[in-house]
Design a binder for this molecule. Sequence first.
Ligand code: ATP
Length: 135
Amino acid sequence: AQRTLILVKPDGVKRNIIGDVISRIERKGLKVIALELRTIEVDTAHAHYAEHAEKPFFGELVDFITSGPLVALVAEGDRAIEAFRALAGATDPVKATPGTIRGDYALQVAQNIVHGSDSPESAEREIKIFFPELV
Ligand code: ATP
């Protein structure tokens, strides 16, 4: 089975929708095998979003992701990466189909509720950052 790193970002925690996001993951048939609520350090945010370091929105992204507690979890199942990205919907929540997490809950790309790994390589890298004991 495949593993993916999922974040309920600080906007999702503030809006009290942790339970709904986890319910959708479980309803789909993915298994939650690690889970933690915590506020991450700037260093951890830089490591997680390393590929965006040169983007104009990087500063905003790091400020936001470190602004309060988030939920990090690892979900496991067949094609877990693709399965969760389908549940999450498009990065731009206005374009995300209603019925997806972002399509149902968000309007702004900077506050789009969840993150999910986008490839097996990203998943391995991101799981190491959040759950080093799992690898
Ligand atoms: P994620 O990696 O979080 O699952 P994604 O792969 O769908 O998102 P990316 O293009 O990798 O999207 O962007 C990473 C994150 O950066 C997005 O989830 C979003 O919250 C944020 N982001 C993307 N574009 C912008 C922007 N123009 N302004 C602010 N934040 C942005």
